[in-house]
Design a protein. Structure first.
Length: 308
């Protein structure tokens, strides 16, 4: 059976150089940090290539940063060689990104999208967000370098920048915008999310609840570092795993008993019996403004409303 996905996330590594205050990795991720086995990665890519369709991208994501994946170029070159029809998006905070990555990705067109995560500009907020006063400055140098290499080559890679509106960060967001709004193809400012229920103070839970769209449609799955197929990237410890691609195909997992049981719980209003889903802010029934600003959507922050 062919499945059509909006996108597929692949957790190629759980290693990250940063310790962001809004990331649950340091205190809540319950597994050893490492890399996805390359043979498993290749099996996943060939399964996607041969049997399924992806509307947008494969995104390298999860608990790690693309810059910390020692197999990054090997993985990208495998996709380019064996599954060139699949588009790949990368995301990085860029502090430890290396120039050879930029040169290879741009020259060989190994990725179609590059997403820069910029959560601070000043040394003050770099220290507050990353626990490192110099991280934001180091990251900007690598970002500027990538943009320059990409422009010199004719802009083959789509550039995205996103940041979060944390308390007191209005000035830093303005500085990030001044530097990258024009250089980026897409620029987004978001309110921070709660990672399901891990950081409940960052986004409030509503009493009125709704079914989980990710579970209903199974069209934006994350494949964890050990091959676990989970419906939602908020489940950082794979507790909702429906099976591992180490042993089964994606179709076998998505038509299997665990998937059916999870979808049944969701349809009958019992999804929050799962601890990873209990209190999840993505089950809020009423829409809330979480994207404050977007270049492609024409959204701009109302400064008076923001300060009210």
């Amino acid at each position: 059976m062919t499945h059509t996905f909006k996108y597929v996330g692949i957790e190629t590594t759980t290693i990250c150089n940063a310790k962001c205050v809004v990331c649950p990795r340091e205190d809540h991720y319950g597994h050893r940090f490492g890399y996805m086995d390359q043979k498993l990665f290749e099996k996943i890519i060939l399964d996607l290539r041969d049997n399924h369709e992806i509307d947008s991208l494969i995104r390298f994501g999860g608990m790690g940063d693309a810059s910390c994946d020692r197999f990054l170029l090997d993985r990208l070159r495998f996709i380019k060689r064996e599954a060139p029809q699949l588009k790949v998006g990368l995301s990085s905070n860029m502090e430890v990104w290396r120039r050879p990555f930029s040169e290879a990705i741009v020259a060989e067109e190994l990725a179609s999208h590059m997403r820069f995560s910029i959560l601070a500009y000043s040394e003050e907020f770099s220290d507050k967000v990353y626990k490192d006063r110099k991280l934001a400055e180091k990251a900007r140098a690598r970002i500027d370098e990538f943009i320059e290499i990409n422009e010199h080559a004719g802009h083959p890679v789509w550039i995205e920048v996103y940041t979060l509106m944390l308390d007191g960060m209005e000035r830093d967001v303005e500085l990030i915008k001044e530097r990258y709004w024009d250089a980026a193809d897409e620029f987004e400012v978001w309110k921070p999310h709660a990672w399901s229920n891990i950081f409940p103070d960052l986004r409030p839970r509503q009493e009125d609840r709704c079914p989980c769209k990710s579970v209903t449609h199974m069209d934006q799955i994350l494949i964890g570092i050990y091959g676990d197929v989970i419906p939602c990237s908020m489940d950082i410890n794979y507790t909702l795993s429906m099976g591992s691609l180490q042993h089964r195909t994606l179709d076998e997992i998505l038509t299997g008993e665990k998937c059916r049981n999870l979808q049944s719980m969701n349809a009958t209003g019992r999804i929050e019996e799962n601890p990873a889903c209990n209190g999840c802010v993505y089950l809020n029934a009423r829409p809330t403004e979480v994207m404050l600003e977007s270049k492609s959507h024409g959204l701009r922050i109302d400064r008076q409303e923001l300060s009210a």
